[in-house]
Structures are given as C-alpha cells and as structure tokens.
Design a protein around this ligand. Structure first.
Ligand SMILES: [Cu+2]
Length: 122
C-alpha cells in the first residue's frame, strides 16, 4: 500500500500544478471577438472557456500587434502586425490568464493592454 501511495504522489509531482501542466481542451467550435481600435482593445478583458477561438479584429485605422506578457511564442504573434481590417486568431486550450499588449501603442500597464482569462469547461 505504501508503494501505491508513493507512486500516486510521484504522479502528482510529475503532473504538477503549474499552469503549463494543466490539461489541454480540444477546440469547441466557439469564437470570441476582441476588437482593436485606436488605440485600445475592446473589451480589455475577455473571459472564455478553454477550447474557444479568440479572434482579434483590427477595426481601427492604425496597425496593431499582440505581444504576450511572457513573450511565449507558442500562443501568439509576437512580431506580427495586423493592419486595419485584418484579424488574427488563436485557440486557447489551457486554462489560465493570458496578458498581452500592443507594443506599437503601449505596454502591459499603459496604452493598449489586454487580457484573456481562460476557464476550464464545466
Ligand atoms: Cu496598437
């Protein structure tokens, strides 16, 4: 029995509690929209269920970009600029809080910050 308990705790350590290790949820076919206007994201904060495709649409007259807080290239577009009328999208599969900003018009605290809050499916 002790062996089982030790094994279980080893599994918990291996599949620990960091954000990276939370489960991936498959795309669910739903979309949510954030508009980039001049110069802000609207809404600034968007909450979605994991598996939802986030779409950013540039409704302004300026170019914008989306730079992740952690500069993790696995979830976005760090060096991409999207022009007026263009859109970019990404399916968030892992619950968490994803802060970003437009580096053309600000940083995480001023100018054009945004955040996507991804919750686990119920
Ligand atoms: Cu911008």
């Amino acid at each position: 029995m002790l062996g089982v308990a030790a094994l279980l705790s080893a599994v918990v350590v291996v599949f620990g509690l960091t954000e990276e290790d939370l489960p991936l949820f498959a795309a669910n076919g739903e979309t949510a929209l954030v508009q980039a206007i001049d110069n802000a994201f609207a809404p600034v904060e968007q909450t979605i269920v994991a598996g939802t495709e986030m779409v950013w649409l540039n409704r302004g007259r300026n170019d914008h970009n989306i730079v992740p807080e952690d500069r993790d290239p696995t979830w976005l577009f760090e060096d991409d600029v999207f022009a007026p009328g263009d859109e970019v999208s990404y399916v968030f599969q892992t619950p968490g809080t994803y802060r970003y900003y437009c580096s053309i018009h600000g940083n995480l605290t001023t100018g054009m910050p945004g955040v996507v809050v991804v919750t686990a499916p119920s």
